[in-house]
Each structure stands twice: as structure tokens, then as C-alpha cells.
Design a protein around this ligand. Structure first.
Ligand code: GLP
Length: 274
């Protein structure tokens, strides 16, 4: 896995938005997989900026949301679909029928999961899947467990995960649904390229376990180690618990920043491969 360490969350967001814009340029029919959560918000803001500057055209692209709460409709302000509209889709030219998401309001969850898998298949699979990271190492709503369900499925949320999502429900943890529909790890690993993003010190332990720990369903994000084109993009705080080659990259980044403050030119990112 390639790890990229950025000096700040803002630098990471700028670089990822430019990367997505470039991918859209070389393939206007790009199929994106997109997460909700606080981490991608600056990335979406940068994508909106690039779109306004005519540097990102989504007209022929398709987007698949990673997950959605069960029991909330698309119009519910707490739904991930509403989140994506507020933070991205309302501000870019992605045609609405090309913005896909699991229908959390469905009365037949099992059937909805199959429909969603088929929709991804029909679109030709996901070209670029962007992922966030839960503090417990979850991805989408694939929570740590002894065993995971491979494909899109009904997921039960951990209390900690519900607390982390309370902001979408006016801070009321009890209002956060107990279940969600989530792409499974096999669905996620089916993407041609993965970029997991994590920022802030609260993610540092999960980042270390994901990159340097064993592959285990107890840290669902660690399964990314099995993917030939998985990248982990982090800011310095999220990288602060890394050891080995990545710690070297982090030190290099710190040195280059010191160099820059002395007026020298510095690279914005430090890379380390496994
Ligand atoms: C949520 C979502 C994930 C998200 C993660 C981290 O529960 N289901 O898709 O990546 O938690 O969220 P945040 O970026 O707000 O820390």
C-alpha cells in the first residue's frame, strides 16, 4: 500500500480533489464510490471549487454512496443522501440519476442490497473508491467483528459509531438509526483503485492498525492491504502513531516543512510504500 502523509487536512483535500479531477478528465465516465462523514467534507469543497473553475466535469460520471441508514428516506436531513446533496451534489453537474445510493427507506433490505450490487456491476464497477475510517477501524459500516459479510448488507451499528453520527440527527444519539445498509468489504475491494483518507489525532491508532497491523476482520480497514491499488492518505496528526518506513516519511515531511519555513522549496507530501 502507498501511504501519503500531508502537512494538513486542507493539503490532503486539495491534492485528492485535483487527483479526482484528473481522473475525470482522462475518463469522463468515471465511476466514483463516495463516503459520508466529516473527513471528506474539505475534499468535496475542493471538488466544488474545481468544478466552478471548470476543472472538474461530472456530467458523464456516476457516483455510488458507500452506505445509508436504514429507516430514513432520501429527504431526511440525517440521511447520507441528504449529506451528499448538501456537501457535493447540489453544487456540481452530476446528473441526479447518476447519483446512486442504497435506499434506506426500503421495506425489503435484502432485495435492496442485491439491487445495489447489481447497479454497481451494471455501471462497470467502481473506478475510484474514496473511503473514510472509523476510529475503531471500520470502513463504511463494516464494523469490527469475528466475521464480515462480503457484499452489500444490513449492518448493525456499534454505540460508538452511532455517537459519531449523532451530529446528523441534531446531536440526538437515540435518533441515529441502529442499522444501515453498507457496501461489504468485497464490494469495496472490487474497486479498481482505493483511496482511504484519515485526518486528525483521533484516527492515529486506527491508521497504524490499518497499515502496520495484521489483516483482520477486527480492523476491517486492514483488508485494504489485500488490494493491489489501495492508498492511504493521511495528515500528520493521523500519521503520528506510524512506525517503520512511514515514520521515516513523516520525519522527512517535517524536515521539508522546516526547510520551507527557512525559505526553501518543499514537497507537500511524503510517500512510503509497503
Ligand atoms: C461513519 C461512516 C463511514 C465514515 C466513518 C468516519 O460512521 N459510515 O463511512 O467513513 O464513520 O467518519 P468521519 O469522517 O466523520 O470521522
Amino acid at each position: 500500500m502507498v501511504t501519503r502523509v500531508f502537512p494538513s487536512a486542507a493539503a490532503l483535500a486539495r491534492a485528492l480533489a485535483v487527483d479526482v479531477a484528473r481522473a475525470l478528465k482522462s475518463n469522463p465516465r468515471l465511476v466514483l464510490g463516495l463516503p459520508a462523514g466529516r473527513t471528506p467534507i474539505p475534499v468535496y469543497a475542493e471538488l466544488i471549487r474545481l468544478h466552478r473553475a471548470r476543472r472538474a466535469d461530472f456530467r458523464r460520471a456516476t457516483a455510488f454512496n458507500l452506505d445509508e441508514f436504514i429507516g430514513v428516506g432520501a429527504q431526511h436531513p440525517g440521511s447520507y443522501r441528504a449529506f451528499m446533496r448538501r456537501n457535493l451534489f447540489d453544487h456540481i453537474n452530476l446528473p441526479r440519476p447518476q447519483a446512486m445510493a442504497p435506499r434506506g427507506e426500503t421495506r425489503d433490505v435484502a432485495r435492496e442490497c442485491v439491487r445495489y450490487e447489481r447497479a454497481i456491476e451494471r455501471a462497470g464497477g467502481i473506478d475510484l473508491q474514496i473511503l473514510g475510517l472509523g476510529v475503531n477501524g471500520h470502513v463504511g459500516f463494516n464494523e469490527p467483528a469475528a466475521a464480515l459479510i462480503a457484499r452489500t448488507h444490513r449492518a448493525r451499528l456499534r454505540p460508538r459509531t452511532r455517537r459519531a453520527n449523532a451530529g446528523l440527527f441534531a446531536g440526538r444519539v437515540n435518533a441515529v438509526p441502529r442499522e444501515a445498509i453498507s457496501m461489504g468489504m468485497a464490494t469495496i475491494l472490487g474497486a479498481r483503485r482505493l483511496v482511504l483518507i484519515a485526518t486528525g489525532a483521533s484516527k492515529a491508532v486506527a491508521v497504524r492498525r490499518l497499515i502496520e497491523g495484521p489483516v483482520t476482520t477486527r480492523v476491517p480497514a486492514s483488508l485494504l492491504q489485500l488490494h493491489p491499488r489501495a492508498e492511504v492518505w493521511v495528515d500528520r496528526d493521523a500519521a503520528s502513531r506510524l512506525r517503520g518506513a512511514r515514520a521515516v516519511a513523516l520525519r522527512r515531511l517535517r524536515r521539508s516543512r522546516r526547510g520551507r519555513s527557512r525559505g526553501r522549496r518543499a514537497t507537500a507530501t511524503a510517500r512510503a510504500s509497503t
